[in-house]
Design a protein around this ligand. Sequence first.
Ligand SMILES: [Zn+2]
Length: 320
Amino acid sequence: MRNIDIHAHISPEPFIAAMKAGENWHGITEDILPMHLHNPRTVWTPEERLADMNSWGADIHVLSTNAPFYQYNREASKTAAMHRDCNDYIAGLVKQYPTRFSGLATLPMQDPEAAAAELERSVKELGLKGAMVGDHVNGKTYDNPEFRPVWKVAEELGAVFLIHQGGDTIVSPRLDDYHLSNAIGNLADRTVTFASFVFGGVMDEFPNLRVCLSHGGGYVCNGIGRMDRVWEVRTEARANNTRKPSEYLRNFYYDNLTHSEPALRYLIDTVGVDKVLFGTDWPFDMCTDWPISDLLNMESITLEEKEAILYKNLEELLGL
Ligand SMILES: [Zn+2]
């Protein structure tokens, strides 16, 4: 059975070469990317990556530049220059291995006009399918009107946005130990992001926006009843959105990375299997060891559902 992975990261080879030489790349050094020091897969060449993909039956990785490259807190022009190189790098790999790789851009979201322009370049000139962005930009959530130019261009292009945390999350100020920023905060951030799109009226203004909430959408499905309740009883929760939050669930896509079969079953039952996409989080330690066979072995998921998740939904969404 074919498979397409929407959630697969990469670091640009020029950065890895600079890191090994003890140099910086666009001002970035290995110090802000400690994951590269402890996980050999993050510095593998594309050919080593393909050999690994072959070993567990992965067909297509939709490549996204690793989240630490967001660099939303730097001067926008410097981040934009680096992101152009990141996007060119991924586009080069897609061109070199068109049957194995597709790609998402990374965007300088601290300058929404520049981000919109780079999205347009990435999709129209480079052939990338959309972009991966953080849950917030220096604390600003996506209900902020300044991001509207990005959503407008994204909707016009049919670009897909993969929402993915970067670094500290909403739980970090409370408890910054035990890697809970990723275990819990990642999912909490995703839930806030869903709410910012919905309560902020973004999905009303851009109903055809294609947004994939990574990590199964975080706690969205579990928390949707309470979001509906606040919409019913509080006027400020109805200020921008015309429908109750649960009626926007199908405006989004969700990857299947829940690390729990009952949670995946509940996700499918809540949003519909046509909104669930295969995602692994390769090459990081929090990905599952055998993502394809694990999914295929799930007894509560039907064969038709497995086919939809593994490839049919992404074939249609990305035109692959
Ligand atoms: Zn990831």
